[in-house]
Design a protein around this ligand. Structure first.
Ligand code: ARG
Length: 571
């Protein structure tokens, strides 16, 4: 239940016009406040305080309002009835499905074949996945696309490198028979070294560079041998990607289809573009002009083919839109990548709109900032190399391990993994996607403060109270005498659906992480001030508090699920 929306709708109804309803950070004076009187005073020709005084009795007629008071220059504070708050919290996790559910294609992950995953793939995976879960929770139909980099020059460089290492293999012959079985295996760890090696070698060797270009053209034209070799390392890469999906505990992708798949649709898209006269020649390349008269910033043309006539990142991205249109037919397409790709997406959206494939307004790019090390520069490994995704995961695991050892606790390795996962993902989610943040394995693994382990710790604590209590005694009457700590916690619980909705509307996954943190803080204050299982607690109080623990556990559990964290049995 969306408590905020319920109250807001009822007040708008009562006053016959939409008014601003604020949730004050400090609930001492009320659960909500409105500046309605101040906004309406002018047109009503009254002074705001006087008008507020007239609005208050109307608000008091609403059966869920316990009290409404005028404050300051004409604010109205509204306090809800305890029994109403209780019922709202009880239904906090009953999410009302969207009235008009959308079909949304989500493009995130987007790993590259034959290139190891790096730190840049962390945020797209984590934020994309949480956004996917949020959209699903609200009743939208989503499709996640791992738009793999599996078609461009890196493939050619890897093929060329393998040719250098094993020239005797039959894959490189133009008359390669696809029915041939070749006794050749690639070692997964080695595969990751091929692309960096080939790419630096190519920089010094124009011949090798040119040969790779040739391979790329033949590969994209369907060279049977190159393709057979490609399928070998594709399989290895897909395995590594699946490993990452598992390690990060993100939902499996609906489609592991990237540039190569999209390339199949290039002819259809080209036909559309030509019919609209959108393709132009420019320095030997074929381009789409996406610049508008109103542009202030430079807006380069969108590359349809490069000067060698090859497919590009641009062309396959446009073809991917065509493909999605004909598979999912989405209402929206949302892309999650590094902010540095903003220009590319602006161009893509314009090209898609011009071609009539997809409306500009229905495509979105969520560009995220950079993960920096303690020195404020892009995070590097201890040895000074650009960090791979596995390096990051390992660094967090080690930090958790050290902490656990220091504390003298004996936790199994599965629990350590869960804590590390929470530390890593929560720290990513808690920051505004657009901003850079500092990744420090030590501070993200702290059990106190705005961290993943703190969230898990609170969840474990709630679960253990419930376990120790056994069954929760029934509370016969809806409580009307809540303490401030109970009430504050219940109000936060009841704010869950609104948070999920705002996180979706604002494309702001950090709202979920920050909500989870606030919920945990109120939970721990409540736990500290309101004894539950102690012998001297009256049966009534115990029953009420256990019911609150259950509501908090359920709600926190849902927030934790949205973040894709796993909760251990003990910590
Ligand atoms: N594979 C690219 C990378 O690793 C990101 C692709 C993002 N998605 C897209 N449709 N362009 O940088």
């Amino acid at each position: 239940m969306n408590l905020y929306k319920f109250v807001s709708d009822a007040i708008n109804d009562k006053l016959g016009r939409p008014v601003n309803l604020e949730v004050p950070r400090n609930r001492d004076f009320g659960d909500f406040s409105t500046n309605a009187a101040m906004v309406m005073a002018k047109s009503a020709g009254k002074n705001p305080r006087e008008l507020a005084g007239e609005i208050v009795p109307k608000l008091m007629e609403l059966d869920f309002v316990a009290d409404a008071t005028v404050a300051g220059p004409g604010f109205i504070n509204i306090r809800l009835r305890d029994d109403f708050v209780w019922d709202a919290a009880k239904h906090a996790t009953d999410i009302t499905p969207a009235a008009t559910p959308m079909v949304i294609d989500l493009d995130y992950g987007a790993y590259n074949v034959a290139k190891s995953l790096h730190i840049g793939h962390l945020r797209t995976s984590i934020v994309g996945d949480t956004f996917n879960r949020i959209a699903k929770m609200l009743g939208h139909r989503t499709f996640s696309w791992n738009h793999m980099g599996d078609w461009g020059k890196p493939m050619a460089l890897v093929i060329a490198w393998i040719e250098r290492l094993h020239p005797e293999l039959p894959y490189f012959r133009d008359d390669f028979d696809p029915a041939t079985t070749v006794d050749f295996d690639i070692n997964p760890a080695e595969l990751n070294t091929y692309y960096p090696a080939a790419s630096s070698f190519a920089k010094e060797n124009p011949e090798f560079q040119a040969h790779a270009q040739e391979i790329k053209a033949k590969f994209q034209d369907g060279h049977a041998g190159y393709f057979a070799l490609y399928e070998k390392f594709l399989a290895i890469s897909l395995n590594m990607m699946n490993d990452t999906v598992r390690r990060l505990n993100i939902l499996p992708f609906d489609y592991d289809l990237g540039e190569r798949n999209a390339a199949k649709y290039l002819p259809q898209v080209e036909e559309i573009l030509r019919a609209k006269n959108l393709i132009q020649e420019s320095d030997g390349a074929q381009v789409i002009i996406v610049k508008k008269d109103t542009d202030n910033a430079p807006m380069p043309p969108y590359m349809w083919t490069d000067s060698r006539g090859a497919d590009t990142y641009d062309s396959t991205d446009l073809a991917a839109v065509y493909c999605r249109l004909h598979t999912d037919n989405p209402n929206k397409i949302i892309y999650f990548t590094d902010m540095r790709q903003s220009l590319h997406f602006e161009q893509l959206f314009r090209a898609a709109d011009l071609s009539g494939l997809f409306k500009y307004a229905d495509m979105e790019h969520i560009g995220y900032g950079t993960i920096n090390g303690a020195d404020g520069r892009p995070f590097k490994t201890r040895s000074g190399n650009a960090a791979g995704l596995d390096d990051i995961i390992d660094a967090v695991n080690n930090a958790v391990d050290a902490r656990v050892r220091e504390s003298g606790k004996a936790l199994d390795s599965d629990t350590v993994d869960m804590i590390a996962l929470a530390a890593l993902k929560f720290n990513d989610l808690v920051h505004d996607v657009r901003s850079d943040y500092i990744f420090d394995p030590d501070s993200v693994t702290s059990f106190e403060g705005r961290t993943g382990p703190y969230i898990l710790y609170t969840a474990v604590r709630l679960n253990s109270v419930l376990k120790r209590a056994g069954t929760i005694p029934a509370t016969d009457a809806t409580p009307t005498n809540l303490t401030a700590d109970e009430r504050n916690l219940l109000m936060e619980i009841a704010d869950f659906e609104r948070t999920v909705q705002s996180a979706f509307d604002n494309r702001a996954t950090d709202m979920i992480a920050n909500y989870a943190y606030d919920l945990c803080q109120l939970t721990n204050t409540f736990y500290h001030n309101c004894p539950i299982l102690r012998d001297d607690v009256a049966a009534d109080d115990r029953a009420r508090r256990l019911a609150i623990v259950k509501m908090a556990a359920d709600t926190l559990g849902m927030a934790i699920d949205l973040m894709g964290l796993r909760v251990p049995n003990e910590m």
